[in-house]
Design a binder for this molecule. Structure first.
Ligand SMILES: [Zn+2]
Ligand SMILES: [Zn+2]
Length: 235
């Protein structure tokens, strides 16, 4: 598979060797450039929505780096001699794959506020360290992390009203028109509050606001329309 030319803006990582341990693999190799790369940075060896590998930079000497990749994230694409685009962990591989997909049709839409539902949810929280206990472990009376005492607390939350509540969530009220903004994926401008029009992929246009991606008009015209993916590296 030849890499998408639109991804030439990204640094590339060439795999030299792989050593697998119980949970992680150490993937060593070299970056084509290291301007925004540092130890402890997280990113993706990008392939596609499902086949990208999340990785942490653990060593960096010049452009030679060691990446720690959890074994569950290893794929056949990561092999000796492979060269893969490196996507900064600020981005989701799935979102990039969506933006690259030429079968998607984007539509200019006006942001319309929708109703929000307020709910409460009972959780067990450690009184000492604040850890929220997994409901599966509610039988035990002590925190799994620090053995502190668990206390029942009711937390409230809200979501777009078109989605059903979970069985452990209790309806409080509907707030009309309360879901009134979502961020542009690229520049974070608030669509709905700061900018009334945006772009959505047509299968999401007209649906709930809180699913799928939003792009503001500026970013759509600056980046997506001319196929310029420079925003991935801040240009
Ligand atoms: Zn605790
Ligand atoms: Zn934008």
């Amino acid at each position: 598979v030849s890499p998408d030319p639109r991804l030439e803006v990204l640094p590339r990582f060439e795999v030299r060797s792989i050593s697998a341990a119980t949970e992680n693999s150490l993937v060593t190799g070299s970056f084509s450039e290291v301007k925004d790369i540092a130890v402890d940075k997280r990113g993706w060896l990008f392939v596609s929505e499902d086949e990208s590998s999340i990785a942490d930079v653990v060593t960096l000497d010049g452009n030679v780096a060691g990446l720690c990749v959890p074994n569950w994230a290893m794929t056949a694409h990561v092999h000796r001699g492979a060269t893969l685009p490196w996507l900064d962990g600020l981005w989701q591989a799935a979102d990039l794959a969506f933006l690259l997909d030429r079968t998607k049709e984007w539509q200019r839409v006006e942001y319309r506020a929708t109703d929000a539902v307020v709910f409460t949810q009972v959780t067990l929280r450690c009184a000492k360290c604040g850890l929220v206990a997994d409901p599966a472990t509610w039988e035990s009376s002590a925190c799994a992390k620090c053995s502190g005492p668990l206390a029942k607390t009711e937390v409230s939350g809200w979501q777009e009203a078109s989605f059903a509540l979970e069985s452990n969530q209790r309806f409080v009220e509907i707030r009309s028109g309360h879901w009134d903004h979502d961020p542009c994926l690229i520049c974070n401008v608030n669509l709905g509050r700061d900018s009334p029009w945006g772009y959505r992929e047509s299968s999401f246009a007209g649906g709930p606001n809180s699913v799928g991606l939003w792009l503001c008009e500026k970013c759509f015209e600056r980046y997506l329309e001319p196929d310029d993916f420079g925003f991935l590296v801040g240009s």
